[in-house]
Design a protein around this ligand. Structure first.
Ligand code: ZN
Length: 217
């Protein structure tokens, strides 16, 4: 990861490719990136490929999807006038590993009676789902870095390789910038997520057939 301290001063940084996407009307800052559903899809597909998480009740997968999207609630900070690069700004505290650990623990404790696995394992999985959000954001080509180490370090970090297009907020999402973002996500997130999903389906199918053979004997 690369420290992105300069980005802490950027209030409305935009990727160079997007600067002609629309007028500077206050709606075209980099938004939840990748698109909010991209975070949920990747986390759920990755979880479905893990043997310890099979089978799990639907409420677990709902929690995984919700936690993977949760950090981007911090876009409220824009409306409250909190600077983008501030610790409590977008991609700040809510995107940190500490927040993932704490919120994952609370979710695991809340669901502990409903899940067929030890709550510490559920804690690890739910925290990983939320932490995956910041990891994907760090792979985007615009906006500020991610405050992974908050509250110990306010630095913003990005990955050395950033193939994902940054996603716009507001009406520009439905223009060329939004379409380019979706195309980027389809390639860099959709294909790996599809492979993970297929692995889970194949594995569950093999297990079902093995169980059926054992039942016949
Ligand atoms: Zn985010």
């Amino acid at each position: 990861m690369i420290s992105d301290r300069a980005a802490r001063c950027q209030v409305r940084a935009r990727p160079a490719a997007a600067r002609s996407a629309g007028p500077a009307d206050g709606l075209d800052y980099p938004g939840p990136v990748p698109t909010i559903l991209g975070h949920a899809v990747v986390a759920v597909c990755a979880g479905r490929a893990l043997p310890p998480l099979d089978p799990m009740p639907r409420r677990f997968w709902v929690a995984v999807a919700a936690l993977a999207m949760l950090p981007d609630l911090d876009v409220i900070a824009f409306e409250l006038g909190v600077p983008y690069g501030a610790p409590w700004g977008h991609r700040g505290a809510s995107h940190s590993l500490a927040a993932a650990v704490v919120v994952g623990l609370l979710a695991a404790l809340a669901l502990r009676r409903a899940l067929p696995l030890p709550w510490p394992l559920a804690w690890a999985c739910l925290s990983a789902a939320m932490a995956s959000h910041g990891a994907l954001d760090a792979l985007t080509d615009g906006g500020s870095g991610v405050a992974f180490l908050f509250p110990f370090d306010d630095g913003r970090y990005v990955a050395p390789w950033r193939p994902l297009r940054v996603s716009p907020i507001g009406r520009h999402f439905f223009g060329p910038w939004g379409l380019a973002t979706l195309a980027s996500e389809a390639r860099w997130l959709g294909i790996p997520a599809g492979i993970l999903l297929a692995v889970g389906v194949i594995r569950r199918g093999a297990r079902t057939r093995a169980d059926a053979r054992r039942a016949i004997r």
